[in-house]
Design a protein around this ligand. Structure first.
Ligand SMILES: Nc1ncnc2c1ncn2[C@@H]1O[C@H](COP(=O)(O)OP(=O)(O)OP(=O)(O)O)[C@@H](O)[C@H]1O
Length: 223
């Protein structure tokens, strides 16, 4: 078993009398430091899968193991703590707080976990500097460009030193130059820290640069 294992995951949505099987006995094993891209047609279930892998939604059946620990046995409170400690999220709906500065946004997960603000500031600064945002530490999110916001979101996802980062179109609304910059910075950090990532993307160039590329089709993942 690797760092993270999702085993025999099924997800069935019920709407009225009809059932939609979106995930159908899907399994995926992620090793430490491994970078995986997941592609798939619109409606194939990528968002559903990412939410289940991130423990934000429960599968209809199946199990999730992180470092050998069964996540399906945890209650909501324990899962929230697990996510804060071990996972990083770069999701479109995980919004940055627009009225707070880049530095404050990056500090947020650490403050939620009960860390001392003063002690965490150097790590937050270092991450933002790595993201080439030294000159924007004290700017409000609302004053940053799309690419700068995205890099802030990356820094925020990494502040707790998670073992696994889940990303949904991390360069989705950026032009290709800015998207490449964001992705390069992210990939360098992942390699350095042996950080595993699962990225859902429609971007073939990006998917090809990952260690492994999977396609979600008919409820299962194919190499
Ligand atoms: N809460 C829900 N109730 C019922 N059906 C749902 C629900 N959420 C998603 N679905 C259906 O499940 C399927 C997969 O949706 P999902 O959003 O996971 O796909 P996706 O691959 O992320 O699509 P896209 O690339 O268009 O964002 C779709 O057919 C969708 O209509």
């Amino acid at each position: 078993m690797g760092l993270f294992l999702a085993q025999d995951i099924t997800k069935i949505y019920r709407s009225g009398n009809t059932k939609i099987t979106v995930l159908n006995n899907l399994s995926i094993n992620i090793e430490r430091g491994e970078m995986t891209a997941i592609t798939g047609a619109s409606g194939s279930g990528k968002t559903t899968l990412l939410q289940i892998l991130g423990t934000l939604a429960r599968p209809t059946t199946g199990s999730l193991f992180f470092n050998g620990e069964d996540l399906t046995r945890k209650n909501q409170q324990e899962l929230a703590e697990f996510r804060n400690r071990s996972l990083g999220f770069i999701f479109q709906f995980h919004h940055l707080l627009p009225d707070f500065t880049a530095l404050e946004n990056v500090l947020m997960p650490a403050l939620i976990a009960g860390h001392d603000r003063k002690e965490m500031i150097p790590a937050a600064r270092r991450l933002l500097e790595r993201m080439e945002l030294n000159h924007r530490l004290h700017h409000k999110i609302s004053e940053l460009s799309g690419g700068e916001q995205q890099r802030t979101a990356l820094a925020r996802a990494l502040i707790m030193k998670p073992a696994l980062v889940l990303a949904d179109e991390p360069t989705g609304n950026l032009d290709s130059r800015s998207g490449n910059l964001v992705f390069n910075l992210f990939q360098d950090l992942c390699r350095e820290r042996e950080l595993a990532t699962i990225i859902v993307t429609h971007n073939n160039d990006l998917a090809d640069r990952m260690d492994r590329r999977l396609t979600l089709k008919e409820g299962i993942l194919k190499e």
